[in-house]
Design a protein around this ligand. Structure first.
Ligand code: CP
Ligand code: NVA
Length: 327
């Protein structure tokens, strides 16, 4: 498998075999790190991290993974560069491409990261756009594989805003990997039809299935994985909170949902999660709407079926694999 020189912008660009290879490579690099085996094979290389939105996991994963691989990192924060304001993406790409061996980009529209990759001349990695979050997918699927020993045939249920980066990406990942994907949410939050059609075509070849349902009982019945994400994503206006709370509360992941899933089911979340009042936004929402938890209850988040911190750790191993494979 040779992915050298390729950008990692969305899973649609990769075959099932290539995605499986990245999951295996993540597991190998994780084992190497646990054993303390050196893998600093990229000494002398430099990468740039561009973040137009905030981050904990993705930024730290890129930094730690880069250092483990022997590389140096430059971080450009949402306000600390000329990008977009004084310099176009195409010009930025051509400048950074002359200095760095690879570039990570987190921002708004998918077309921006695609444009960056078109002009950079070095691999570009998508660290999250409004439409897709592909590095998260390798970590999530590694986590599922670790928990169940396989991916094919897993019933993977996504609840909440399924038409944004996480819902879109998970549907594509499940389609490519022969899994049974269910978007269990209000119709308005179903992924867009062209992407559903694409995933159904892929599913016909891989043995996967794609189901969209508003019925929580039926959607979550005998699930292996129950997954959710925040109801309002980065970059969305505060005004949408009221509507999201009203429309998505029926799709909150709570104990009843977990009990309807298989006994062996796991709870997953890309994080950050609103499961208590220990955050500024959690407090603001509590004061305005009276909620003490949102997309997932604290009981489920802290419960024995929750694998969210294994998932978070796997971000680092899988981002390392993506850089290792493409540089
Ligand atoms: N899951 C995820 O991408 O987290 P961050 O926003 O902290 O990077
Ligand atoms: N949907 C979330 C994912 C965060 C990792 C967001 O875009 O804010």
């Amino acid at each position: 498998m040779n992915l050298k020189g390729r950008s990692f912008l969305k899973l649609k660009d990769f075959t099932s075999e290539e995605i499986k290879y990245l999951i295996e490579l993540s597991a190998d690099l994780k084992a190497k790190k646990k054993k303390g085996a050196a893998h600093d094979v990229f000494k002398g290389k430099n990468i740039a991290l561009i973040f137009e939105k905030t981050s904990t996991r993705t930024r730290c994963s890129f930094e730690v993974a880069a250092y483990d691989l022997g590389m140096h990192v430059t971080y450009l924060d949402p306000s600390g560069s000329q990008i977009g304001k004084k310099e176009s993406i195409a010009d930025t790409a051509r400048v950074l491409g002359r200095m760095f061996d690879g570039i990570e980009y987190r921002g708004f529209g998918q077309e921006i990261v695609e444009e960056l990759a078109k002009h950079a001349g070095v691999p570009v990695w998508n660290g999250l756009t409004n439409e897709f979050h592909p590095t998260q997918m390798i970590a999530d699927m590694l986590t599922v594989q670790e928990k169940f020993g396989h991916l094919e045939g897993i019933k993977f249920v996504y609840m909440g805003d399924a038409r944004y980066n996480m819902g879109n990406s998970l549907m594509v990942a499940c389609a490519k990997l022969g899994m049974d994907f269910v978007a269990c949410t209000s119709r308005k939050y179903f992924p867009e039809q062209p992407l559903v059609d694409y995933c159904k075509e892929v599913a016909a070849e891989t043995g996967a299935s794609i189901t969209l349902t508003e019925d929580v009982q039926e959607g979550t019945k005998d699930a292996d994985v129950i997954y959710t994400d925040v109801w309002v994503s980065m970059g969305e206006p505060d005004e949408v909170w009221e509507e999201r709370i009203r429309e998505l509360t029926p799709y909150q992941v709570n104990q009843a949902v977990m009990e309807n899933a298989k006994e062996s089911a796991v709870f997953m979340h890309c994080l950050p999660a609103f499961h208590d009042l220990k955050t500024t936004i959690g407090q603001q929402i509590h004061q305005k709407f009276g909620l003490t938890e949102m997309e997932v209850t604290d009981e489920v988040f802290e419960g024995s079926q929750s694998v969210v911190f294994d998932e978070a750790e796997n971000r680092m191993h899988s981002i390392k694999a993506i850089m290792y494979a493409t540089l």
